[in-house]
Write a protein that binds this ligand. Structure first.
Ligand code: TXA
Ligand code: MG
Length: 364
């Protein structure tokens, strides 16, 4: 057999290798999200490319939600598993209706209260949304962001943008253009710099696709806020526990190791006193960092990173991912983080830290 002879049957492999090589050769540019930057991004998106863009939660890696080939590039650049669906971003309620096959009764009320903002709503999808966007599911997650960068971009493009967080899969989500660059340099052509993301953790995800509303991911919009509009909201099984190896969670993103810096993360839930006592009683080796509030860092006697003012949950959400990235920059071997509570306004912070810590939680 002549192994040098090109076989028609394996032409796909060569094509794919070519594509992979291409995917690495971008000279990734960071540009300001002004009119010129938005115009440049629109050109790329309309020719089937991907672009990273600021939102109020975290940076997203966007492609036209109607373009299979472009969406494929998102999965490739992030190294994201194909069964983990993407969020579709829109700027008006009218953009939602053609994307869904059923309009949930509570959609308008929910949108009125929380859109534009950090809330994603899962609904039954219409045929307009390609299955590659939804990871093969018959539902689609839709969000109306408030950040002017992504809003201008959607409006100039005129089509919805599919966008997951713009990190490498498994890493903490990016809250600055530089974080995106650190993860995806060479893999994407453009980053639209819209400053530091205000919220800092990804949107709350709620499903209205079934009979009862279900929380799929806690975020800045709390469970209690959702319940004030929807009545009882169930919490999906994968949200609070480590996923069983053989289960198929409602929100596939919940099943992956997530938000992980290189440093080992240990999560302590409790008061300042209990946390400081824990730190002093454990013979901690070098390069262990405290991740905590206000003056706790100084009191800990360890090198530390700050989550912001004492027990300010909004600041802590804002600071979390950049602190986890900073831990790696400083060469931390371990980060011991404090979260005051597991629920209410602390639910999103607890949820992200719990995943960074591989579900090992020390409750004091
Ligand atoms: O704030 C955010 O939501 C950011 C910004 C860029 O909008 N995006 C973001 O996307 O965090 P991503 O892909 O990192 O997280 C989306 C989450 C995943 O957990 C995914 O599994 C879930 O939403 N999701 C998406 N579509 C879904 C669907 N049809 N059904 C259930 N879960 C879905
Ligand atoms: Mg993500």
């Amino acid at each position: 057999m002549n192994f040098n002879k090109k076989s028609k049957k394996i032409g796909w492999a060569e094509k794919l290798l070519d594509k992979m090589a291409q995917n690495k050769k971008y000279k990734t540019e960071i540009v300001s999200a002004d009119d010129a930057g938005i115009a440049k991004a629109e050109k790329l998106l309309s020719s089937g490319q991907v672009v990273a863009v600021a939102t109020e939660t975290v940076y997203g890696l966007a492609a036209s939600a109607f373009h299979d080939g472009a969406v494929k590039k998102i999965f490739f650049a992030k190294q994201r598993p194909g069964n983990n669906p993407l969020i579709v971003h829109i700027t008006t309620l009218n953009m939602v209706y053609p994307l869904v096959s059923e309009v949930p009764a509570k959609l308008n009320k929910l949108a009125e209260k929380f859109w534009p903002g950090p809330l994603t709503i899962v609904m039954k999808k219409s045929g307009l949304i390609p299955l590659i966007v939804t990871g093969g599911l018959d539902t689609v997650a839709i969000r109306m962001p408030s950040h002017p960068s992504i809003r201008k971009l959607i409006d100039v493009c005129g089509y919805p943008l599919a966008a997951p967080s713009a990190n490498s899969s498994g890493k903490p989500s990016p809250t600055t253009a530089q974080h995106v660059f650190d993860d995806l340099n060479g893999k994407i052509p453009l980053i639209l710099d819209g400053g530091t993301c205000e919220v800092g953790v990804e949107s709350t995800v709620v499903s209205l696709a079934g009979e009862k509303p279900v929380l799929l991911r806690p975020g800045a919009i709390t469970l209690e806020q959702l319940q004030s509009v929807l009545g009882k909201v169930e919490v999906a099984k994968g949200v609070n526990e480590a996923p069983a190896a053989d289960s198929a969670p409602l929100s596939p993103g919940m099943s992956y190791r997530h938000y992980s810096p290189k440093a080992k993360v240990t999560l302590v839930v409790g008061s300042e006193d209990a946390y400081l006592k824990y730190l002093s009683e454990n013979n901690l080796s070098e390069n262990v960092f405290a991740l905590c509030f206000g003056h706790e860092g100084e009191k800990s006697g360890l090198p530390y990173l700050s989550l912001g003012e004492f027990e300010d949950s909004v600041a802590a959400q804002h600071n979390l991912f950049s602190a986890l990235r900073m831990a790696d920059e400083k060469g931390a071997s371990q980060v011991i983080a404090r979260c005051p509570k597991k629920d209410g306004e602390w639910y999103a912070l607890f949820n992200r830290l719990q995943r960074s810590a591989g579900f090992e939680v020390i409750e004091l």
